[in-house]
Design a binder for this molecule. Structure first.
Ligand SMILES: C[S@@+](CC[C@H](N)C(=O)[O-])C[C@H]1O[C@@H](n2cnc3c(N)ncnc32)[C@H](O)[C@@H]1O
Ligand SMILES: [Zn+2]
Length: 960
């Protein structure tokens, strides 16, 4: 059969899905934003720290649109997603949501009232809705409900949402730490239900037992006040005079100007040690001669002796820490008064002594003396603690922290048999798991990596920074009596669990959960209808490395409960799909960098995961991959491995989480948004190996045509999409053409990568956008740089956007943006993004003498001719701005700009593409009005009255 015929058969039998059509992306994007703001997040997020969690609306869309047929209306989809009010509307749901978003600032009450419907994640579909949904699904999937698999389920939002819709659900995850979250969400919540009193009872018993063992290390103050937290540091000894040097950068304990301020003031004692005087709300007099901002440790890490001022250099300080030549020192205590209120007090001798007692106990106790002595492995994030001499997991805890945290482990182990005896297996497991998650929150706030948060006056969370950064100042907490409290953490975990239980319907079946490598799934061949996957992405997060600190503690508690998942001493890094350069330290060299090796290994793993997913999918089945928008530069690799696994790529959609054009967005970094890439498993297996390659010249025009068709259709769809949405949505059909023609080669028989097709698509769609929105004559006659500058504003509608997208836009018109960066200063890099420069950054000050002007500003307004059309207009803006209209008229005349078509086209284009609250837009408007307009002999004029917010959107010139 010819390739063409082969495809036609398959097209017919791949019944199109909603995700392969147009989606209400903007409304879903708005709902994503609502999830994060304000306040309470989806409950599963409070169960335990996990890194990189997806918003519920995006996940719901990925699931539902992947399984519903293409004729599902946007309204039905949004209704099932619980987006928009329950009542019937006399406009489309998309419209409704977008209208609410646009009028957010005009509201009088709170956001919830304004939208008139609750945030969608708080709502599960009601029974009739589920039934209607199921009916539509059964119709499409030959009478059965499609089953869903998330192979890298992490924090679990995808499979949990699948359960909420009553779908048969499968979840897999490699890492045991999130596997506990998954157990709670996907198995205990549907199966075990309410166990509040059981959880509370056992929590109390565990706390009580642990507390009696550790109370002695938290001595009460004489007046009965109880210490809650100790602000601690490390102290080394001055080589020169023998005085203690505490490694404290600033002496502030609380800094919030508007609330109380607290400072700890050191005093040098005769024996070279220090005592600390904690002052609440210090007066000027208290602070006289004392600079609380100037602690012994400088920014660079040098330590200055408080007595003789001799400096111990950074390297030396680190070496002393590494060699263990330091002691812990408490320099402030946060205590609880009898009435429950809090205060701050100076540490006393007993506080310091307790640290020593804890150490003595550790040394004398058989179990504790070797507890958690597993080595911290070499890695990417673990380099820092290792450099400070923290080489075993126990080293991440001060003696008092180790003793206290361990007391809980002992108490858990003590009660485990009783818990298992008194409850059914599932209930006992659920109780122990929920309690362990609560305990893990204690660890998060009671480690040497736990910061003191001086603006809130409370221990911070170790997990916050997504790293293992060494902390010179850290907090010890009294976990026997509420410093950070086990019971309140257990309550938090339980509350989340309880909400999850409420979100599920009575008749829901627990998900099928597996713990292991997604490249080796337990599912049989052809057994899954839909895969929805949010995979790890290169080196963005080192999940396994970061979770080890929790794993080692969880293993001590749950090792006997779940022996199969806690077998290994640490989490699995071997099979993890991340690009971790730290793992290639010993192999790198000979021309292959660590990063390259790490990237290759990631790509290889992802590719075997995709092949595995292909295996488990039924023919005609669908896979939707979610990743973030900024990561488009890796599409090549990703799409190649999808195609190689056998998938036909059918669609791509961006779900923006932020609205461009809104006030404030212009300068902020490009929005993170979720991207959906969908592939299908064809009925007829393709054998790429033996296929005759197609010539790129034959495919090229088809890819362009596919992209253009898709773009036109989207622009006519009535759905409001951003221009980037249109470009990315056109990638899907383009990739489909490419994948159908795969493998593709050029004239010299070299393999052509999908990137070429995407570049073609981007260029073709940009052309359509120009035709649609930029009605300026002569735009194609402009120089490339000016054209690129205008296109960037046109497409992104914001000053800042992703570097890769700007680069690709340049490629399409032959501009190497890195090459022009220094010479033209049209853009700068801002946190890895592109930030476009306006006239103010580019034009020298005409009022300054030439010798006083900055040589770094490229455009000289005194010049009579300019390199770029953009330079002419920017210079004119400057002259108008600083010398006024009349001088500007002369300036324009001297340069004959009245007969310069490139000047006029550029000015006209900028008027159309710049946001109206941009300074340059205002100047462009002024230039195109009044006397300068006459001088320039313009045949267009801006609508100077168009100042309201509606008008800040780009419009075709007809509308001026
Ligand atoms: C982006 S996260 C998923 C987040 C999840 N969608 C959520 O919203 O919470 C990716 C997950 O893939 C897991 N992972 C990494 N390598 C894996 C492998 N080989 N097999 C299965 N899971 C893996 C990581 O542990 C991580 O939890
Ligand atoms: Zn000294």
């Amino acid at each position: 059969m010819s390739k063409k015929l082969d495809q036609d058969v398959d097209e017919r039998s791949l019944k199109p899905l909603a995700i392969e059509g147009k989606l209400p992306l903007k409304a879903v994007g708005i709902e994503n934003l609502r999830e994060a703001n304000p306040g309470h997040l989806p409950p599963h997020r409070y169960l335990h720290t996990w890194f990189a969690r997806r918003p519920t609306p995006a996940s719901r869309l990925a699931i539902l649109a992947s399984i519903l047929p293409q004729n599902t209306s946007a309204d039905d989809l949004l209704r099932w997603m619980q987006i928009g009010p329950k009542k019937d509307l006399d406009e489309s749901r998309s419209n409704y949501v977008e209208r609410k978003k646009a009028t957010e600032n005009e509201r009088s009450g709170n956001l919830a009232d304004h939208y008139e419907y609750p945030r969608s994640f708080t709502q599960s579909p009601k029974k009739p809705e589920r039934e209607a949904l199921h009916e539509a699904l059964r119709d499409h999937w030959d009478g059965e409900l499609p089953n869903v698999l998330d192979p890298t389920a992490g924090g679990g939002v995808i499979p949990f949402e699948a359960l909420r819709y009553g779908l048969p659900t499968n979840a897999n995850e490699l890492n045991p730490v999130p596997s506990l979250i998954l157990r709670v969400m996907l198995q205990y919540a549907p199966k075990v239900g309410d166990i509040e009193s059981e959880v509370n009872d056992w929590a109390k018993q565990i706390k009580q037992r642990a507390s009696t063992q550790i109370e002695q290390y938290f001595p009460e103050r004489e007046d009965g006040r109880i210490p809650d937290n100790y602000v601690c540091t490390h102290k080394i000894r001055c080589n020169s005079c023998g005085t203690d040097i505490p490694l404290v950068p600033k002496w502030w304990i609380r800094t919030r100007g508007d609330r109380i301020r607290v400072v700890s003031k050191p005093h040098i004692l005769e024996d070279g040690t220090l005592s600390y005087e904690v002052i609440v709300d210090p007066t000027e007099e208290d602070l006289q001669g004392f600079d609380a901002d100037d602690g012994p440790i400088s920014r660079g890490g040098d330590a200055e002796c408080p007595n003789c001022s001799v400096v111990t250099e950074d390297d030396d300080v680190r070496e002393r820490l590494k060699q263990g030549e330091y002691e812990f020192e408490v320099y402030c205590v946060r205590h609880r008064n009898r009435d429950g209120s809090h205060g701050f007090s100076s540490p006393n001798v007993a506080d310091q002594e307790a640290i020593k007692e804890a150490q003595e106990y550790i040394d004398s106790d058989f179990e504790l003396s070797t507890f958690l002595s597993t080595s911290i492995p070499k890695g990417n994030k673990t380099t820092e603690p290792r450099n400070y001499g923290l080489t075993q997991w126990r080293d991440l805890f001060s003696p008092r922290q180790l003793v206290s945290n361990h007391a809980y482990v002992e108490a858990f182990n003590h009660f485990q048999p009783e818990i298992e005896e008194q409850h059914s297996k599932d209930t006992a497991e659920a109780i122990l798991t929920l309690l362990t998650l609560g305990f893990s929150k204690l660890i998060d706030r009671n480690a040497r990596l736990t910061d003191w948060d001086s603006s809130n006056g409370y221990p911070s969370q170790m997990s916050k920074g997504k790293n293992y950064a060494f902390k010179r100042v850290f907090v010890e907490s009294n976990i026997s009596s509420g410093g950070v409290d086990f019971l309140s953490y257990v309550n938090k975990v339980y509350d989340s669990y309880d909400e999850l239980v409420d979100f599920l319907s009575e008749d829901v079946q627990p998900a099928n959960l597996s713990i292991g490598d997604a490249a080796h799934l337990p599912q049989t061949d052809n057994s899954i209808s839909a895969v929805v996957v949010d995979p790890p992405y290169y080196s963005s997060i080192m999940y396994a490395e970061l979770s080890d600190i929790y794993y080692v503690w969880m293993r001590e508690i749950l090792g006997g409960v779940f022996p199969d998942i806690f077998q290994q001493s640490l989490t699995d890094k071997e099979n993890e799909a991340v690009a971790n350069p730290g793992q290639f330290d010993s192999i790198a060299g000979d021309g292959s960098s660590k990063r390259k090796l790490a990237n290759d290994s990631y790509e290889k793993k992802m590719s075997s995961i995709f092949s595995e997913l292909y295996r488990v999918l039924e023919p005609g089945g669908v896979m939707t991959v979610m990743f973030t928008h900024k990561e488009t530069d890796a599409w090549d690799t990703l799409t190649m491995s999808l195609i190689n696994s056998g998938f036909t790529i059918t669609s791509t959609h961006p779900i923006t989480s932020e609205m461009p054009q809104r006030a404030g967005m212009q300068t902020s970094a490009s929005a993170d948004s979720t991207l959906l890439l969908t592939g299908r498993k064809p009925h007829e297996e393709r054998d790429h190996e033996n296929e005759i390659p197609t010539l790129w010249t034959d495919v090229k025009s088809d890819t362009r045509a596919a992209a253009k068709d898709a773009a036109r259709e989207l622009l006519n769809s009535g759905l409001s999409l951003t221009k980037t949405d249109v470009i990315i949505s056109a990638f899907g059909p383009t990739l489909r053409v490419f994948a159908d023609a795969y493998p593709v080669v050029d004239d010299e028989d070299n393999e052509v990568k999908p990137r070429r097709a995407l570049e073609e698509a981007r260029e073709a769609v940009t052309q359509i956008l120009v035709e649609e929105y930029l009605k300026v004559e002569g735009i194609n006659d402009l120089d490339d740089v000016t054209e690129w500058y205008v296109l960037c504003w046109l497409v992104h509608e914001a000053e800042t956007f992703s570097y890769d997208e700007g680069r690709q836009l340049g490629l399409g018109i032959g501009v190497d943006i890195d090459e022009i960066k220094r010479s033209t200063k049209t853009w700068r890099k801002s946190r890895g993004d592109i930030s476009l420069r306006g006239h103010a950054d580019r034009v020298q000050n005409i009022n300054e003498k030439p010798e006083n002007r900055s040589s770094r500003t490229p455009v000289n307004p005194d010049d009579l001719s300019f390199g770029l059309a953009l330079d002419k207009v920017h210079a004119a803006m400057h002259v108008y701005d600083v010398q006024g209209e009349s001088a500007c008229c002369d300036w324009l005349r001297e340069r004959n700009f009245d007969s310069d078509s490139t000047f006029k086209s550029t000015l006209q284009a900028l008027l159309q593409v710049l946001p109206h609250d941009h300074e340059d837009w205002e100047l462009a408007r002024d230039l195109a009005a009044g006397r300068t307009r006459d001088v320039l002999d313009l045949d267009f004029s801006p609508n100077v009255f168009a100042e309201d917010s509606e008008q800040t959107q780009q419009k075709g010139i007809d509308e001026y």
